[in-house]
Design a protein around this ligand. Sequence first.
Ligand code: CAA
Length: 270
Amino acid sequence: MSDKSYLSASYNNILVSAIENKNGLKVGLIQLNRPEALNALNIPLMKEVVDTMENMDVDDEIGCIVLTGNARAFAAGADIKEMADATAIEMQLSNRFARWDRIRKIRKPIIAAVSGFALGGGCELAMSCDMIIGAESAKFGQPEINLGVIPGAGGTQRLTKAIGKARAMEMILTGRMMTSKDMYEAGLLTRVVEDAVYLDEAIELAKEIASKPNLAVMLGKESVNKALDLTIESGLEYERKNFYLLFATEDKFEGMKAFVEKRKAEWKGR
Ligand code: CAA
């Protein structure tokens, strides 16, 4: 049994819960909760988010994570007021975005459920997740250029990989906001849905993923992410090793046996 105390702990900037899933593991839900600042991502908020993701990652009852904000804003960026007086030397020494890198190490899938503004660090946080579900009226953008800087939490890299140089360059150099439909067509979003259901849809998708054998889910996520970093040769080798590794799991034997016996598999997560 893993430590569940993070579920009942009190947080200043986020809300945390675990949603029951009758067909599988639970869904961990993290809601950014600084509505007065459009969920601007200050250091204490990001500490709570990343620590909670790490707690959910080792919670054996959680199969998938959903990260969301509220209807008006997923997040309107890194907290500008926190950075307004900072110098380059202070930024270098505090390395405030280093914590964000830990999101990349989370092994369970993370779905961003985005409504309202996903700007600057908000767009970058959504892109740090594995899938993005966007409400129809959500707005995505990298407006850092209007502050005299550029994206600093992955925007120039992840956006370019996701939507290609032509469109990423335009977004980053103009700071223009784009709709969910634009971003879906460009390949950043998994799905665009009506405003009223963006969170429900993300939770449903998370429940479906959490009902699958979780070791295969983890290695599937890891292998897809490797496709962004590796050559095709190395990527195929990586995939093959993960494929063979799953033949060491009880769930592989159960899954294939259940198919042959024409019954529903019962996953153990082992
Ligand atoms: N940081 C700090 N506070 C923010 C914020 C941010 N990124 N975004 C919004 N807020 C605050 C506003 O200051 C305001 O607070 P007060 O009521 O105390 O004045 C409150 O949230 C509501 O915002 P607005 O009154 O501006 O709301 P609006 O509806 O008129 O405008 C908006 C909405 C277009 C999103 C506008 O708030 C905005 O342009 N925000 C900044 C967007 C931005 O530039 N993001 C990039 C940040 S830098 C970054 O993220 C670097 C990186 O790469 C990591």
